[in-house]
Design a protein around this ligand. Sequence first.
Ligand code: ZN
Ligand code: ZN
Length: 241
Amino acid sequence: MLFAIILAAAAMTGIVALRYVLTSGGFALATARVRPGLYDGLNPQIITEIKWSLLSAAIYGVPAGVVAWGWQERGWTLIYTDLSAYPIWYLPLSLLLYLFAHDTWFYWTHRWMHRPKWFRIAHAVHHASRPPTAWAAMSFHPIEAVTGAIVIPLLVFLIPIHVGILGLVLAIMTIMGVTNHMGWEMFPRWIVHSRLGNWLITASHHQRHHDEYRCNYGLYFRLWDRLCNTDKGLGQPASRP
Ligand SMILES: [Zn+2]
Ligand SMILES: [Zn+2]
């Protein structure tokens, strides 16, 4: 049994690492085409970002692998596969619940990591990327990686979710993590500068966090930043090329 659990953790680490390399690599390639030269001179920084990110992949992979094993072998978790187990309207609701719960956790742990002591110990690694690139998506000190790695494995014990919606949550998490750091805005201006855009976090918003540090702490939504007066609005880059 122990061997199976270790195998699941190792397999999940491989999946998370591969997902990182493909997603960050894909958007780095897109950056080279859309904004040629944007990462010029950043190779040493990118190598560091990749090293921290691969270490984070292991930290993310272990709890995810153990919970995936428990789900398959022991019936743990509230993940369901039968679409009729819950009403159909619960599918979008569960998506929002997961994104909101993750965003709330991220906002408050992120603010905590901007306290001087914890910034020095843990969060400085992430902010060493100046400016961040598509490879910085998982560039975290292990302490920060642990805070990120436990969220979804805990939520699947608390909030029922269809396995397909869980995949969507993970896809949104991965793509937004990469694109918010890649240094240019992929969403069109009519979304970023719309009423909806006022509540959503994209590259223009998170870039400002990396430029100015003590603002724009959120992950997906601007709700907590707005409620707590930490939202400084959009920074550069604010438009598509
Ligand atoms: Zn960041
Ligand atoms: Zn930060």
